[in-house]
Design a protein around this ligand. Structure first.
Ligand code: RTP
Ligand code: MG
Length: 156
């Protein structure tokens, strides 16, 4: 754009059960704000098996799928919509590689390195493309009239 206003983009972030359980929420949120994101929506929920399976449907044939569903339903998760210019790629860069134990060596300042544990318990999720971001945001924040994949929730 020539008028000096950058186009904003939205992405979906989740603080996973291990991130909430270990009280890393405030530190993760500080990293989010320090990197220039705005949290435009936020919702604390307990995923049921059906919602977790549906959210991660792309991985349904993978060997780790049932373990992933068990992990994501093991406690509450904090769903957030983040907004800034280049939000999708920038959030992925900030969280670091999937395997938190490797991230501790290769990307020590990333969120997964600092607050995650291993390949599964990596404390946060980030949409992997603008298309995924759109799909994932509407998965959790559909208009009430059309019904959401997640029915009961309290918006914070
Ligand atoms: P996410 O979708 O949660 O942001 O993570 P990601 O893109 O970095 O990684 P992805 O391949 O989409 O995997 C989704 C989540 O599944 C768990 N996982 N376990 N081999 C394993 O045991 C394994 N691989 C992946 C992780 O929790 C990962 O974030
Ligand atoms: Mg992924």
């Amino acid at each position: 754009r020539s008028d000096g206003f950058a186009e904003k983009e939205k992405t979906l972030a989740i603080i996973k059960p291990d991130g909430l359980y270990d009280n890393c929420t405030d530190k993760i949120k500080n990293a989010i704000f320090d990197s220039g994101f705005t949290i435009v929506k936020e919702m604390l929920i307990q995923l049921d098996e059906e919602a977790a399976m549906s959210f991660y449907a792309e991985h349904s044939s993978r060997s780790f799928f049932s373990s992933l569903v068990k992990y994501m339903t093991s406690g509450p998760v904090l769903i957030m919509v983040l907004e800034k210019e280049n939000a999708v790629a920038d959030w992925r860069a900030l969280i670091g590689p999937t395997d938190a134990s490797k991230a501790k060596i290769t990307h020590p300042n990333s969120i997964r390195a600092m607050y995650g544990l291993d390949l599964q318990k990596n404390c946060v999720h980030g949409s992997d493309s603008p298309q995924s971001a759109q799909r994932e945001i509407s998965f959790f924040f559909k208009e009430k009239s059309s019904g959401s994949a997640v029915t009961e929730h309290d918006e914070l």
